[in-house]
Design a protein around this ligand. Structure first.
Ligand SMILES: Cc1cc2nc3c(=O)[nH]c(=O)nc-3n(C[C@H](O)[C@H](O)[C@H](O)COP(=O)(O)OP(=O)(O)OC[C@H]3O[C@@H](n4cnc5c(N)ncnc54)[C@H](O)[C@@H]3O)c2cc1C
Ligand code: SF4
Length: 555
């Protein structure tokens, strides 16, 4: 597919709408606004990484990681993997044209009804048919599917055996992956998944329905202009009510000059950390927003942990594409999951069996064995991780609920997370207990965090950061309303909003979801765009493009 991103030299001074960030929320906003005939630009901090360009070797993978910690940083700001080490919790996100969709497992689940029955959400959401329509559109465009032979994957079989301990059985997981050659909702041909297990390193086959292969090319086909290597810093409101977006290059480009563009409509879709950071900075520059800004951060109970040395083979290390081990079938990164429901929503968890990307294979001995550094070097030569004890390594991705008590603020002009007792949240002890029993029943050793002896320490980590600009009925309870409009704290009415300013990404969640968030982020963004069209008096057709058709290109 031809590249979507344009040269920054082509950036115009103003558009009808500016979309900041290009993950699920940004992709939906760009596609819908462009379909409505608006002039749209998408500003993305990261790079455009296309099918076939995702790292498959460890040195390339390491070169695509950006780590930010208090007082130091490592790597490039445009890296695919962005890690924020915090004293209370670490956060991992994907970055690039397509956001987290580029490197996620693609698990697409709708939360159970009890989640939206929580009064933490705005009342309008709980009773609104548009939420169902949002999920329907998200499913139409991202096309979650269950692999017909998921239960035959060795890693899912192992989960099935150990789940019996709890009287439970895993089910095949819906993932946004094409298991047959097809033409997707944007009219782009996608080959069938090769079951290589590398989803979390980036799909080099092109079988995963990322935002970069669905909503963004659709937006480009309708005229949206996309720019990468540009980081938005803050927003200000001009005297005429339009929005002034201040950005700078993040791609190492020569100009240090701030880049300023304006539009009557701005959609913040820079992800939980990105959108919250931009609003925090904008508040420092005078934008009147709710005092709730930065509050109610949730990690969605998200945990990655391991069962090492199980009695039976697991095959949970990806082989990549082209396959490093041609006769080995791993399955999609997540093939199946076991639900462990509870009368209490807070204790309801879900355990997914996962696969690590092949680029990490040489690191496994280093992570798990005392003499691993030497073995890592040797094993990377002989691909030993696919045969030895690492063939019996089971990876678990667990999701659940926490108290959403994290709080973001700005320190030295950068977003920082405080959640002093995060590791004592009951969800983590419950996960330890459950996985400990599961792994023991499979004859292995439970490894909660193989990197605990490193800079990672014993803090929890999440790849599902949510909240910070949570929805509420008014500015006393939230930062945005149920349509994603940012409350105006300087206005007389407590539910008054800033005209034309929206948040449409994971930041708007009012609580943990207890399932992987991509489908809900997309559904709420679809819903927000439907309301935006009504409120701002425009219309668009959300029907998938008629397949087949050629992939769009940047002009
Ligand atoms: C390894 C991994 C596996 C995962 N697996 C799953 C899964 O199976 N299922 C699931 O539901 N979820 C999964 N997730 C989480 C999921 O990918 C995220 O929740 C989702 O991508 C968030 O979508 P978003 O629209 O909020 O923003 P993102 O997808 O985070 O996109 C935001 C974009 O904005 C850009 N940006 C940030 N700041 C700025 C700025 N200042 N200026 C310009 N651009 C900016 C970022 O670079 C990024 O590209 C996983 C995440 C990871 C990291
Ligand atoms: S298993 Fe491999 S081919 Fe299938 S979606 Fe994941 S990365 Fe792509």
């Amino acid at each position: 597919m031809a590249r979507l991103a344009r040269s920054l030299d082509e950036l115009k001074p103003s558009y009808d709408a500016i979309v900041i960030g290009s993950g699920y929320g940004g992709g939906v906003a760009a596609s819908r606004l462009a379909r409505a005939g608006k002039t749209v630009c998408v500003l993305e901090r990261g790079r455009e990484v296309q099918t076939g360009e995702f790292p498959t070797r460890f040195p390339d993978f390491r070169g695509d990681v950006h780590v930010v910690a208090d007082g130091w940083r490592f790597g490039s700001e445009t890296a695919l993997f962005q890690v924020r080490l915090g004293s209370d919790m670490h956060v991992l996100v994907g970055s690039g044209l397509g956001g987290g969709s580029l490197v996620n497992a693609g698990v697409a689940l709708r939360p159970e009804a009890r989640v939206f029955a929580d009064p933490a959400w705005p009342k309008a959401l709980a009773t609104d048919a548009m939420l169902d329509e949002g999920y329907a559109r998200a499913a139409q465009w991202l096309r979650p599917a269950r692999h017909a032979k998921a239960a035959e994957m060795t890693k899912m079989r192992r989960l099935a055996e150990s789940s019996r301990l709890f009287g439970a059985q895993p089910v095949a997981t819906p993932v946004v992956i094409n298991f047959e050659d097809s033409v997707n909702a944007a009219g782009i041909e996608q080959p069938a998944c090769t079951l290589c297990g590398d989803c979390c390193g980036g799909c080099n086959v092109g079988a995963k329905n990322t935002v970069a292969l669905t909503y963004l090319p659709d937006a480009a086909r309708h005229g949206a202009e996309m720019f990468t290597g540009i980081t938005v810093r803050r927003l200000t409101k001009a005297a005429d009510g339009s929005w002034r977006v201040e950005a700078r290059r993040s791609d190492g480009g020569s100009s240090a000059e701030p880049i300023v563009i304006s539009a009557p409509v701005v959609i913040l879709a820079a992800g939980t950390l990105g959108s919250t950071e931009i609003l925090l900075r904008s508040r420092e520059s005078g934008l009147a927003v709710s005092d709730r800004l930065g509050e109610r951060f949730t990690a969605n109970g998200d945990t990655i942990a391991f069962g090492y040395g199980l009695k039976e083979t697991v095959n949970a290390v990806g082989v990549g594409h082209p396959s490093k081990v041609p006769d080995l079938i791993v399955g999609a990164s997540v093939s199946g999951h076991t639900e462990l429901p509870d009368e209490s929503l807070a204790r309801t968890i879900m355990i997914e069996e996962g696969a690590l990307p092949s680029a990490l294979a040489p690191m496994l001995p280093v992570m798990f064995l005392p003499n691993g550094r030497l073995l890592g070097a040797l094993q990377s030569l002989v691909n030993g991780v696919y045969k030895g004890p690492f063939a019996r390594l089971q990876t678990y991705f667990v999701v659940g609920h926490d108290s959403a008590s994290g709080r973001f603020s700005l320190a030295d002009d950068r977003i920082t997370l405080a959640w002093p007792n995060a590791k004592d949240e009951p969800i983590y002890a419950q996960i330890d207990d459950t996985l400990g029993k599961l792994v023991a029943s499979a004859g292995g050793d439970y490894v909660k965090n193989p990197l605990a002896g490193t800079l990672m320490g014993h803090q929890p980590a999440t790849a599902h950061p949510l909240g910070g600009c949570g929805m509420g009925d008014d500015r006393g309870s939230g930062v945005v309303d149920h349509k994603g409009r940012v409350f105006d704290a300087a206005s007389a009415g407590s539910a008054d909003v800033h005209h034309g300013l929206y948040v449409a990404d994971g930041a708007v969640m009012a609580r943990s979801l207890g399932v992987n968030p991509l489908l809900t982020i997309t559904a709420l963004a679809e819903r927000a765009l439907m309301y935006m069209a009504t409120d701002l008096n425009f219309s668009f057709d959300a029907a998938p493009a008629t397949p087949p058709q050629a992939a769009p290109a940047a002009e």
